[in-house]
Design a protein around this ligand. Sequence first.
Ligand code: BG6
Length: 486
Amino acid sequence: MTDKVSRRQLAKIAGVSAAAMTGALDAVEAKPAALPRNGNGFPAGFVWGTATSSYQVEGAVKEDGRGASIWDKFVRIPGKIEDGTTGDRANEHYHRYKEDIALIKELGCKAYRFSVAWPRVFPDGDGKPNPKGLDFYNRLVDELLKNGIEPWLTLYHWDLPQSLEDRFGGWRSTETCKIFGDYAAYVAEHLTDRVKNVFTLNESGRFVYFGYGIGIDAPGLTLPQADVNQIRHNSALAHGLAVQAVRAHGRRGTKVGPAENIDACAPAIDTPENVRAAEIALREMNAGYLNVIMTGRYTDAFLKYAGPNAPKFTDAELKIISSPVDFLGLNIYAPQNYVVASDQGGFMPLPIPKSFPRMNSDWLRVGPETIYWVPKLAAKIWKTDAIYISENGASGDDVVRPDGKIYDTDRIMYLRNYLAQLQRATTEGVPVRGYFLWSLMDNFEWVYGLNKRFGLYHVNFDTQVRTPKLSASFYRNVIATNAAGA
Ligand code: BG6
């Protein structure tokens, strides 16, 4: 586990009815206060949502013509998934999506971030589309809209078609980037009559390094750093091609942007020098993906540091990579670097003590101010006027008590503190326009299998019963009051 923490850090550097569930929710909460609060909450129109991803919740991996993804293969390698589980069944969301949408509605969310499983739509990644695969997303989107919930679609949340890995080496090849562009065009063409916001790739910062560098995510490879840097470049290129595809094939006005686990840097102590240091750190620590997307160039410091391992690229590629986006999606969970000013390179990341507080995952340090500083500095560096927190949330112990309830006061503590800091940011005018809580419900947490729970709703994976945790009531109150609360 400790091993996993340092790995995650390293990656950064380089069947019950909805009505029954509703009853349970009511039982543990006071009625929300009247809305909205004037001058003492989030801006009017702030987008409140929850998030999931295809492989983590859908299950039904062999149904209706879905092709295999790299995760279907990876989870079968002995020892790769902590509890030996797979996403074969997961939350059975493919069949239970209506029930799950009722849960979203119950929270009062007006937005839901989900991802399309590429191999459902194109079983081989390219070639002939599978209409039954697309139909699922048509049904999902229609049901969301019917319930007054805006669909926010992610094109890629790590379930690469296995066929592309087999034929081209997956993200090692720019062929995969081009095919991703075609897939993005197809999705945009068929869904943006109803889907107004599209995220390109989820967390290049993780899937590239974990998947191709240290082998703990699919496809499980351990390639040299030069290859990893090239693959990261390819992921940025894929992002740019997807942006262009959405512009060319989507309905006019469709908005598109990345959803990146930004390497989160914050000043260790709030002084002007350290804030400046954190700004430099944020740019440089994100030079391999976000910065090149937003500026069209790799920084000198990045290229110098990478040396012979630097990615090979052309000006034409940089132009595609930096195709203008409509928003910046930031996944912010834990502080990665507390920095102070330094004469050497402008910043110095401080070592993080072992005793730093964490949630129920070794990597998930609790640093609420991160969600204040990172958007604030990101808006300044990259001059964006629309930031969405595309993910934030926490794992918890989540014991079901004899009364059948889950009193996850630890998650509430985490959320309350992060949201208070986010509100601090919006109050100062930082252009954060929305927030997607990870996750709607417990799901298949990658390498941890079903061992880690991030949901607002507890899922019993034997019975598929969803039960609202106390944090669901908390979040419902936040949304209803449009404020973080005290
Ligand atoms: C984010 C991912 O990195 O964190 C999610 O986008 C993931 O898909 C979440 O579930 C929690 O990560 P982990 O590694 O604890 O499962």
